[in-house]
Design a protein around this ligand. Sequence first.
Ligand SMILES: Cc1ncc(COP(=O)(O)O)c(C=O)c1O
Length: 223
Amino acid sequence: MIFQQQLRIPGPAPLPERVVRAASKPMIDHRGPEFAAVLNDILGGVKRVFETRNDVVLLSSSGSGGLESAVANLVSPGDRVVCCVGGNFGERFAGMAAAYGADVVRLEAEWGQPIEPVDLAAVLEAHPDAKVVFITHNETSTTVANPLEDLVGVARRYDRITAVDGVSSVASMPIEIDRIGVDVAVSASQKGWMAPPELAFVSVSERAWAQSQRARAPRYYFD
Ligand SMILES: Cc1ncc(COP(=O)(O)O)c(C=O)c1O
């Protein structure tokens, strides 16, 4: 009998038996054609869950690496950006933006409260040069799901790029990347996907690819 430990924390989620079986298959060349075929198949499925036709990049890192890739590819040192902070993971995104040299404007909500779209509009009005808005969809540390569609709608009205931490939301709640117009969204395998940790998924819109060409933060593996 397999003893299944029931961790009552927000991930890693328990692994279904067939995921465990798939993970126990013999190794294949991770740079070879057999892997490329598996990867393509997986990315097709991942896009369905993200509800997007945008490119999705798969990174061998936990969700935090996916978040860092979003920052590293969207900002240049000295850029003004807006970070929505209402809990621990909003803090993390803001900390990463600061680490990459961004001039961070913090839009804060009291922990336990959502970020208000009217407050985002006011911040964007006050900072016309802030190109990118970082938003946590589901703020796991407080369990608050922010009103993503409205927040992204405001950012689009002001013609800003959005980068969304969907680590604990994508695959657990609808996100509809294309319908609401999210530029970059990040998720991670150990949450709603019910897979082992250390894979990050990052969806990238055409606007985000163009911004990544302009951005000048130092980057290499996560470029
Ligand atoms: C909203 C959110 N962002 C980021 C992370 C960090 O993800 P990881 O532990 O995969 O680096 C988590 C993990 O719980 C999370 O819930």
